[in-house]
Design a protein around this ligand. Structure first.
Ligand SMILES: [Zn+2]
Length: 101
């Protein structure tokens, strides 16, 4: 008789059936590990982590930090530019006023 249930890998231990779900170290997706020290949800993630290593995650974090600082700098520059334009507009308005205020 052939069992319809998928065969377990050789070396599989019954206590591994109820391992708690965890996050993939590469993509962050929640998955149910088949072995106690399984870190990745799929071979692609294992491959990427192997090839790009811990530097990949660091690079991603640095990129996000850099984008935040660029955004803050742009906002500061825009505020300064707006203040300058507002000041110029107010000067023009005052100089064109009939009483010259
Ligand atoms: Zn993953």
């Amino acid at each position: 008789m052939i069992s319809k249930k998928k065969e377990k890998r050789p070396g599989h231990k019954p206590e591994w059936d109820d391992l708690p779900a965890r996050r993939c170290d590469n993509c962050g997706r929640v998955f149910k590990p088949k072995q106690p020290h399984q870190r990745f949800d799929k071979p692609t993630c294992r491959f990427e982590a192997k090839n790009y290593g811990a530097g990949y995650a660091r690079l991603k974090m640095r990129m996000e930090k850099n984008l935040r600082s660029i955004k803050a700098e742009l906002e500061t520059n825009m505020e300064a530019r707006f203040a300058k334009q507002l000041e110029a507009a107010l000067k023009r308005l005052h100089s064109s006023a009939p009483d010259g205020i």
